[in-house]
Design a protein around this ligand. Structure first.
Ligand code: AMP
Ligand code: MG
Length: 370
C-alpha cells in the first residue's frame, strides 16, 4: 500500500486512484469505509476480494449531495427525498430501486441500491473530486469489528488496498442506519445513530422493523432483507456472552433506581463468578461494563485479566463510540472469554445492543436464572 494521508491533503490523489479503478479507505462519521468506483464492476470485485466478503452482500454507494442520487435510481419517491433532506449528510443509508448504470456486482445481484451521503469533510471532498459515486462497505476484514480508526484499517487491509485517508477516530463508531424505501412500507433493516423514532417522525408514519434485527432474529431462522445481517459479524476472537436479568428484559429497562441497583448487583455477581471459574481453569477473561458499574468489577478480587469501560449507560453514543475499538483491543489482549453487561434497547441503544448481540453470536445469560 502506498500511503496513509492525514486530513485534506490526500484528497486529490485518492480521487485519481478511484478514477483509475483502485481502492481507497475513507473516514466517515460512522466507521471507516473501503471505497471504489461504484459504477465499475471490477472495482466492486476488488472490494469483495480485499475484505474477503461474500459477493451476495451488497455495498453501500456514497454520494456527496442529494443531486447525485438521481442517476443511480429508477424511482425517487418524495418520502425518500424527505429523509435525505432531513438526515444527510449523516448516518442514514436509504435503499431504492437501482438504475441501469449501477452494476449487479455493486448491489450483490439485487435490483435495489443502498445510498448514503456521509458527514465528513475529507470524504465529501474526495467524492466530489473523483466525480463518481463511491461503493464503500466498512473497511475491515469481513466478520471482524468495523474499523473506527485508520490503524484498524491498516491492521486488516495492509497490502490489499491503495491508500488510506486518515481523519482520526470516527465519532459514532457503529455503521449507518439502513432504511428500505423501495417498497410500500418503509422498513428498518439495520439500526444506527438515526433512530426508528426519528425516521417515523420525519416520514409521518410508522416504520416497520425487519424481524431479523430484533433480538435472536437470524438465529431463529428469519431471513434478513439486508443480506449482510445474516453473517457472523463484529466478532472478536474470544467467545463473548451478554449478561442480563429476566426482569430487565421484561421491563425493557424502565426500572426504578432501586431495581436498577439490584439488577447491577445480580449481573456483576454472576459475571464475577463466571470470570473466577474461567480464570481458575486457565482461561483469560475480559469484562465489558459502563462507568456507572465499574466499581462492581474489582480485578484484584475476581482475577479478570481485563475490565473495560465502554462509556455512560445513559448516553448510548458514548458506548457506540468505544465498542468496536474495545472488541479489537480484546483481540490484541488475547482473551478467551468476554462477559458484557446488557444495556437498554431504547433510542441509539438499539444500535448498540444489535452490534453487541451479534458480537456475542446472540449468546445471552440470565443472572437471575443461573
Ligand atoms: P457495510 O457497508 O459493511 O456497512 O455493509 C453494508 C450493509 O448494507 C450490509 O448489511 C448490506 O447487506 C446492506 N445493503 C446494502 N445494499 C443493500 C440492498 N440493496 N438491500 C438491502 N441491504 C443492503
Ligand atoms: Mg461491514
Amino acid at each position: 500500500m502506498k500511503t496513509i494521508v492525514k486530513g485534506m491533503e490526500g484528497v486529490q490523489e485518492a480521487a485519481e486512484i478511484i478514477k483509475n479503478g483502485g481502492l481507497v479507505a475513507f473516514p466517515t462519521e460512522t466507521v471507516y469505509g473501503l471505497g471504489g468506483n461504484a459504477l465499475d464492476p471490477e472495482a466492486s470485485r476488488k472490494i469483495y476480494a480485499a475484505k474477503g466478503r461474500p459477493s451476495d452482500n451488497p455495498l453501500i454507494v456514497h454520494v456527496s449531495c442529494i443531486a447525485e442520487v438521481d442517476p443511480l435510481v429508477s424511482v425517487l419517491p418524495e418520502s425518500a427525498e424527505k429523509l435525505m433532506e432531513t438526515f444527510w449528510p449523516g448516518p442514514l443509508t436509504i435503499i431504492l430501486p437501482k438504475s441501469e448504470i449501477v452494476p449487479y456486482e455493486t448491489t450483490g445481484g439485487l435490483e435495489t441500491v443502498a445510498i448514503r451521503c456521509p458527514e465528513n469533510r475529507v470524504t465529501l471532498s474526495f467524492i466530489k473530486a473523483s466525480g463518481l459515486p463511491i461503493a464503500g462497505p466498512s473497511a475491515n476484514t469481513s466478520g471482524k469489528p468495523s474499523p473506527t480508526e485508520a490503524t484498524h484499517v491498516l491492521h486488516d487491509l495492509n497490502g490489499k488496498i491503495d491508500m488510506i485517508l486518515d481523519d482520526g477516530p470516527v465519532g459514532i463508531g457503529v455503521e449507518s442506519t439502513i432504511i428500505d424505501m423501495s417498497g410500500e412500507v418503509p422498513t428498518l433493516l439495520r439500526p444506527g445513530a438515526v433512530t426508528v423514532e426519528e425516521l417515523s417522525e420525519a416520514l409521518g408514519r410508522t416504520v416497520e422493523i425487519d424481524p431479523a434485527i430484533v433480538a435472536g432474529g437470524v438465529n431463529e431462522g428469519i431471513h434478513p432483507k439486508a443480506p449482510g445481517m445474516k453473517y457472523r459479524h463484529y466478532a472478536p476472537n474470544a467467545k463473548m456472552a451478554l449478561v442480563t436479568t429476566k426482569f430487565l428484559k421484561k421491563r425493557d429497562y424502565e426500572v426504578s433506581e432501586e431495581e436498577r441497583l439490584q439488577a447491577d448487583r445480580l449481573i456483576s455477581d454472576y459475571i464475577n463468578e463466571l470470570v473466577k471459574k474461567d480464570e481458575e481453569s486457565g482461561l483469560r477473561t475480559g469484562i465489558i461494563c459502563c462507568d456507572e458499574t465499574k466499581d462492581l468489577y474489582d480485578m484484584s478480587q475476581t482475577g479478570a485479566s481485563y475490565v473495560k469501560i465502554i462509556g455512560h449507560r445513559n448516553e448510548p453514543l458514548s458506548m457506540t463510540h468505544e465498542l468496536f475499538r474495545v472488541l479489537r483491543e480484546f483481540d490484541d489482549d488475547k482473551v478467551d472469554r468476554i462477559y458484557a453487561e446488557s444495556y437498554s434497547d431504547r433510542g441509539v441503544g438499539f444500535a448498540l445492543m444489535n452490534r453487541m448481540r451479534k458480537a456475542a453470536g446472540m449468546t445471552e445469560l440470565l443472572a437471575d436464572e443461573k
